[in-house]
Design a protein around this ligand. Structure first.
Ligand code: NAP
Length: 542
């Protein structure tokens, strides 16, 4: 090697573990690995901690989970009763503040390199180390590589022709600028009616001259019965923390909601309506969990729920044509239902209109706005609320390469394969939090549960001076089969017809493969615990 070449060879840093991401998952993982005495480097693209709650500063952004259980259970260091959200469904700013406080209390910031993005990660078989490169020119060797890069953090680019010609401001909702966008008196377009578009509309409509919603597939939007928490609510959380946590542990969605024990068709139409009404009033995920136990699995039951919600839409929206356009015609819950505050009501405002782009698709962006197949509409601001490459996108974009030069993207080309959503055969010492095949629901609970399991297996490897932790092909195959079978028992595969991110169907060209574990939160962690208790059966630690 010439001396010039030598000089240009970047020096490598050595750490024990790299954790990508500084949201709930990354902060928890970094904390646990630091506690093991490992030298941990956190890498985060954003300028601060917060993850989802750092990026999603769009107006109306708030949780769909109740604040009483949207937090860590790291009690010793965090004193859980020192923190209360002010609202039942906390707004973005409060969750962001919570995570900043967590990072400070656990002294996690010094472990992080902010404004840094991983550009490649390659497992070196000769040294059994991950070789990580970043967009800031860093080369890091690490024994362990944990992706805590987010389940919904890789934004979709809809790639409209003419996008660059638009003279106004166009922003993906998840890249809403820190300084905000003043839409007062402006003509605004929102493209997309998933959870993000649903939260944005009522907020933007308050001040914009006009908001036009471009809807391709209508969503089921359940009410989010928000309120200010009062002393009674706070007392309840402080005194019943262990009850709440038991409820989470035993739940299907990581939320302390008790299934009803009822089957829809066992009840008279009148009884069904009364139960759905109660579920509607309780809102959000309570409708799914607490009304009937068979909405996700029984077509007739689902039809009843779906028609109930459609009738709610027809009752709220004044214009019957708009109401009908807003009514979903596919089963409830096969696409992630949204939660909204006055979403349907917003369509009764004079300054809100709907364009049904399933009938008149967007042809292109123009310098002045959007051209559909039938009209030109002028805008000052276009908001893309078009979603994410869920669970896989944030991992794949790091260009992860395992044994024998196999890229993770290629391994998953014909369908997702993991063992317990956290490990992948052929990718030793690589772990994922909120990766594909994980349960969904209350994300902080899932993040913590997975982070704890990963910390435990790493602790075992360290105790045993092991170099390599790797799931077996058999364990991966069995788990994947189980995940696919669990999905097949539900109506969720129907979502493929309506671009559901649950199946990766919102990404063009992606092989249909269930992204989430439909077996639920409790069964997932029961299985993970069983594996751990049996000396991490299915995983070689060598
Ligand atoms: P999403 O649910 O994937 O919705 C994307 C929307 O954009 C859909 O209406 C989709 O239409 C539309 N779309 C996508 N590509 C398009 C295109 N090229 N042209 C026109 N329309 C297009 O995305 P999201 O709303 O950002 O939400 C994603 C997930 O993030 C949610 O399901 C939820 O899990 C999470 N989230 C949670 C919260 C919360 O908990 N408070 C808030 C926001 C997001 P099609 O349906 O026809 O594809």
């Amino acid at each position: 090697m010439t001396s010039a070449a030598k000089e240009s060879t970047p020096t490598s840093e050595e750490v024990d573990a790299i954790v990508v991401g500084a949201g709930f998952s990354g902060l928890y993982m970094t904390h646990r690995l630091k506690k093991l005495g490992l030298d941990v480097l956190g890498i985060e693209s954003g300028t601060d901690v917060g993850g989802t709650w750092f990026w999603n500063k769009y107006p109306g952004a708030r949780t769909d989970s109740e604040g009483i259980f949207y937090a860590f259970t790291i009690d010793e260091e965090l004193s859980p009763n020192d923190w209360d959200y002010s609202e039942k469904y906390p707004p973005q700013g409060e969750v962001y503040a919570y995570l900043r406080r967590v990072a400070d209390r656990l002294e996690l910031r010094p472990a992080y390199s902010f404004s840094t993005t991983v550009t490649s990660a390659r497992f070196d078989e000769t040294t059994a180390r991950w070789k990580i490169t970043t967009d800031t020119g860093r080369n890091i060797n690490a024994k362990y590589f944990v992706s805590a890069a987010g389940i919904l953090s890789a934004p979709v680019d809809p790639g409209y022709p003419g996008a660059d010609s638009f003279r106004g401001q166009c922003v993906h909702a998840s890249r809403w600028p820190e300084e905000g966008i003043d839409v007062t008196g402006k003509r605004v377009a929102i493209i997309g009616t998933g959870s993000t578009g649903v939260q944005l509309l009522p907020e933007l409509a308050k001040t914009a001259a006009h908001v036009t919603v471009f809807q391709r597939t209508p969503n089921y939007v359940l009410p989010s019965p928000n309120k200010q928490y009062d002393d009674e609510d706070r007392d309840y959380r402080h005194t019943e923390l262990s009850t709440i946590r038991d409820g989470i542990r035993n739940s299907s969605l990581g939320m302390p909601y008790t299934p009803s024990g009822r089957m829809t068709m066992d009840h008279t139409p009148e009884e069904r309506i009364a139960i759905f009404e109660e579920g509607w009033a309780n809102g959000g995920f309570r409708f799914l969990v607490e009304t009937f136990d068979d909405l996700w699995v029984n077509v007739a039951a689902n039809d009843e729920a779906a028609e109930f919600i459609r009738n709610k839409i027809r009752g709220i929206v004044d214009d019957p044509k708009v109401a009908e356009q807003l009514c979903p015609k596919y089963p409830y819950g096969v696409k992630r239902p949204a939660q909204g505050i006055e979403f349907y009501e917003a369509f009764n405002r004079d300054n809100v209109s709907l364009v049904d782009i399933s009938e008149t698709p967007i042809a292109e962006f123009t310098p002045d706005g959007i051209r559909t197949t039938t009209e030109d509409l002028d805008f000052d601001v276009i908001v893309l609320a078009v979603g994410y490459d869920a669970a896989t996108g944030s991992v794949i974009r790091m260009n992860v390469t395992g044994r024998d030069g196999v890229r993770l993207e290629d391994k998953w080309a014909d369908g997702l394969k993991t063992f317990l959503a956290m490990t992948v055969n052929g990718f030793p010492n690589f772990f994922m939090i909120l990766g594909p095949q994980a349960p969904t629901g209350n994300m902080p609970s899932v993040s913590e549960g997975q982070g704890a399991w990963i910390a435990d297996i790493i602790a075992k490897a360290e105790r045993e001076n092991a170099d390599v932790i790797e799931a077996s092909t058999a364990a991966e195959g069995e788990w994947t089969e189980h995940v696919n079978a669990a999905a097949a028992m539900t109506l969720v595969p129907e979502g493929a017809k309506v671009n559901s991110w649950f199946l990766g169907s919102n990404i063009e060209g992606r092989a249909e493969s269930i992204v989430i574990y439909m077996g639920g939160y409790q069964p997932f962690f029961a299985k993970a615990t069983e594996v751990a208790d049996q000396d991490f059966e299915g995983i070689s630690i060598s």
